[in-house]
Write a protein that binds this ligand. Sequence first.
Ligand code: ADP
Ligand code: MG
Length: 328
Amino acid sequence: ATMPPLLAAIANAGRHGVLVKSAVVMERLGQVDAVAMDKTGTLTEGAPLVTEVRPLSVSALDEDELLALAASAEYPSEHPLARAVVAAAREKGLRLGATGAFVSVPGVGVRATVDGREVAVGAPDRPARSATAAGADSEAVRREAAEGGRREVSEAVQCEASEAGQRETARIVGELQHRGRTVVLVRVDGEPVGVLGLADRLRPGAAAAVRSLTELTGEAPLLLTGDHARSAAATAAEAGIEDVRAGLLPQHKVDSVRELAAAGRKVLVVGDGVNDAPALAAAHAGVAMGRAGSDLALETADAVIVRDELAAVPAVIALSRRARQVVV
Ligand code: ADP
Ligand code: MG
């Protein structure tokens, strides 16, 4: 018997390095007319390097101490930024602290107890305290509530130091974002102690994939990112993307997809992170990066790009369209 066109297309997609999970998905891939791409780990290699380690002057930490503290908190995380921070500390031969009570909040950052102190590493404009709003597990929520009282007292005492720290933080964060860095803030017991800058490279072939997708759908892909707009702008420009939605929490990525769907569009989402999983699920078709991708993204997506080559995305759309021409 000859193989049905959609099954043949799945086999063909496999040869292009795309694992398509069903014939229904294979068909849907050819129907998409809008593409939304994640930044970190999708458009970029997701193997960022720590380029700046900047302890605040109020913190009394040196660069190595700040990096070791951040790496200890990030140690259990699978996020690309976390792996970069841990790798940078390893490279310097720094000794990490004992990490306990770890909480990871997708799109926000991590929080962990390091040698008895609470260390948070994450987006500067989204302190770990908004963790509750972002849907951390109930244990984290309870801990937040329990710590609220203690914070009020210590905050009153440290008010002055905190204000100077906040001014210094804003200055350094602004400077690094201006350079196109992804910036994370390190806090100890709620107080900012330092800032890390990370630089990530565009994947080779990203700009070409964006051009192909623009031709296939008649419109340039959209960039959806949890990173800051200033940091994302450089990557977007390099990839040939103009429409950037930045500072998004995982639910905001879903909102963007739903908004397009409500306007009658069939949206393809390409992502890698735990933070992308809800958007991958909400999309007409969701594609995850196989290597950079988190387990949750791989499970949620309808198709997986095994070798993380973005050229596979337009290729699989074209394959689906050809198969459908055979079917009808
Ligand atoms: P993207 O949408 O570009 O893939 P994420 O949604 O994963 O990015 O993260 C958005 C922002 O949240 C990051 O730029 C960073 O500031 C912060 N963040 C998320 N996870 C972590 C982490 N493990 N360590 C430090 N910062 C993090
Ligand atoms: Mg990502």
